[in-house]
Design a protein around this ligand. Structure first.
Ligand code: FAD
Ligand code: NAP
Length: 510
């Protein structure tokens, strides 16, 4: 059972209190934590007022339930009675009431698309919309999808397939040049073969039930200059296939990325190593029937069932060390994903993660995030401002910039922590600074011991103006920020006040 302390909840530093993605969270009353909500949903209490019946809800009916003590909300065609949840909602009652008696799908997607509401609110399910206010996105007939999106979406991708005696090759023509192995996510599970190709802000799906069995492993090749993707499958039997398979949901359609649900696959925990007194390096192994590479600067969602409810939290993959990208040869289809995760003893998710044994499974989502690798192109000065585990997105950015950006003159990391013991990968950072003269690191501690002779305090205009020296007046600069939300927000304001432009700043948020 989780050890949730009884003092005011969420605690002053709780992730459940701090804002994410720019929205505010409100203090919840005592006894209204996520754990308390899960307990209530398991208590057998009738939370919908319908005694377990599911009904068809008309638009007129939905509209009537628009008060705090009688509040129904439709999300993706399903209607929930959220009144019992009001006091447990981390975003506050007013935020929920914005969607009262209406279709809250867009509002929900804007704020926390990744939250697993189906599981969290399953006891509040009233039923389906009889006449849906709008068809759930991604469920449009294909012709309609193509028509609606034709103006904004990338020129329509297409697919084809061909075979030899032993192989079947699926070819996707994206008609885009900036496609690479990160752009393609392939999952083969049971009878479903799903290829999601990320093309700018859209996803193109090839999703079929294959007509014949294939072997577990397959290869993915990308011809970057023409945007062609080839997925080579090995037949189990050398027979001729008459067709690739039956189309499944959203097959051969292009959908705005924000409207595709998060897709998860189960990954196995293969190792867990202490990095600091409270932070660990977790290594997860992708199933052999998945091709997934998390792009630099992006995060994924990890999902675990906690007391019967699926809980989802975001984490940013790192490399296994600061030097790993320099190792030869770099494997193109890496099956391992590494995470640096701080375990909060009174946290909700991380103690569960920490209790996993080697060989246990965690679900990992497709990547998300708004960092674009082209932000690093032709860069001369890269400044990284990280606090605590806000260091995690910096790892791959740092590795990528030092290895792939020839114009780069310097990379400086200012790393804020409480004490020396909290500094993640300190010796690696110092070693890197020694080996690569373009890289410098400065540690700033908020609660150092008396022996600490380095910088101390919090992010401040004085610290920043001293630290952020361009190598020339005209040098192309990028400043990346990540840490507790107030740290990032204060930092952003200070950088604007120091006259850095929006294009020169990237903050990592959910
Ligand atoms: P929470 O339950 O949210 O609790 C966190 C804090 O609140 C702890 O200090 C806890 O002691 C305190 N608290 C909780 N309950 C109480 C209570 N009842 N009373 C008093 N205090 C309480 N984190 C990483 O470690 N690595 C990453 O790579 C990473 N990447 C991220 C990427 C993104 C895009 C975002 C938005 C966040 C990322 N995080 C990362 C943070 C991560 O998502 C979680 O927020 C974090 O792991 C805490 O989760 P938790 O459920 O264990 O803690
Ligand atoms: P922490 O140890 O609590 O804090 C790290 C340092 O930042 C400490 O020196 C701390 O000082 C300081 N700090 C905290 N709040 C501050 C504020 N408001 N202003 C100035 N300085 C502040 O950090 P953590 O527990 O590792 O948490 C890291 C955070 O980063 C989490 O909130 C996590 O969600 C976030 N994160 C986000 C992403 C992303 O991509 N968005 C990725 C990874 C992590 P004191 O403790 O002494 O106050």
């Amino acid at each position: 059972m989780l050890n949730v302390p009884s003092q005011s909840f969420p605690g002053p530093s709780s992730q459940q209190r701090v804002a994410s993605g720019g929205r505010s969270k409100v203090p919840l009353k005592q006894g209204r934590s996520l754990m308390d909500w899960i307990r209530l949903t398991k208590s057998g209490k009738d939370l919908t007022g319908l005694k377990g019946r599911l009904i068809e809800v008309t638009e007129e009916e939905l509209k009537k339930h628009n008060k705090k003590d009688d509040c129904w909300i439709c999300i993706r065609g399903f209607v929930y009675n959220v009144s019992p949840y009001m006091e447990y909602h981390p975003g506050g009652e007013d935020e929920l009431m914005r969607a009262a008696g209406s279709d809250g799908t867009d509002l929900f997607d804007q704020v926390h698309r990744w939250v697993n509401y189906e599981s969290m609110l399953k006891e509040c399910l009233v039923g389906r919309m009889a006449m849906k206010p709008a068809l759930p996105k991604g469920m449009l007939p294909q012709s309609q999808v193509t028509d609606t999106l034709a103006k904004e979406s990338p020129s329509s991708p297409s697919y084809d397939w061909f075979q030899t005696d032993s192989l079947v090759t699926i070819v996707i023509y994206t008609k885009q040049k900036d496609i690479n192995l990160d752009s393609v996510i392939v999952d083969h599970r049971d009878d479903s073969f799903r290829v999601e190709t990320v093309i700018k802000d859209y996803s193109y799906l090839v999703h079929v039930a294959l007509s014949h069995e294939i072997q577990e492993d397959f290869s993915v090749l990308v011809v970057e200059n023409v945007g062609k993707i080839e997925i080579v499958l090995k037949k189990k039997e050398n027979t001729s296939w008459k067709r690739l398979g039956h189309p499944k949901e959203n097959h051969n359609s292009i959908i705005p990325k924000k409207d595709t649900g998060l897709f998860y696959r189960k990954c196995q925990l293969v190792s867990k190593e202490d990095v600091t007194h409270d932070t660990k390096l977790f290594c997860l192994m992708l199933p052999p029937s998945t091709h997934l590479q998390v792009p630099v600067g992006q995060h994924v969602y990890l999902k675990l069932p906690i007391t019967g409810t699926e809980i989802v939290k975001p984490y940013t993959p790192v490399s296994d060390s600061l030097f790993s990208e320099f190792k030869e040869p770099v494997l193109p289809n890496n099956i391992y994903i590494y995470f640096l995760i701080k375990i909060y003893p009174a946290g909700f998710f991380t103690p569960e993660l920490d209790h996993l044994q080697i060989g246990d499974y965690v679900s990992v989502s497709n990547p998300e995030g708004n960092f674009i690798i082209s932000q690093l192109q032709e860069l001369e000065d890269l400044f990284l401002l990280a606090a605590g585990t806000g260091f995690t997105p910096m790892v791959k950015v740092l590795n990528y910039a030092l290895t792939n950006i020839p114009s780069l003159r310097k990379v400086k990391l200012m790393f804020f922590n409480k004490t020396e013991d909290d500094i993640i990968w300190r010796s690696q950072l110092e070693k890197l600074a020694f080996k690569d003269k373009r890289f410098e690191v400065e540690f700033v501690l908020s609660a150092p011991t008396s022996e600490w002779s380095g910088k101390q305090g919090y992010i401040s205009p004085a610290l920043l103006s001293e630290f952020l020296k361009r190598s020339s007046d005209t040098s192309k600069v990028l400043i990346c920020l990540c840490g507790p939300t107030p740290f990032t927000e204060q930092g952003m304001k200070m950088l604007h006040d120091l006259n850095f432009s929006k294009d020169e700043i990237h903050s990592f948020t959910a």
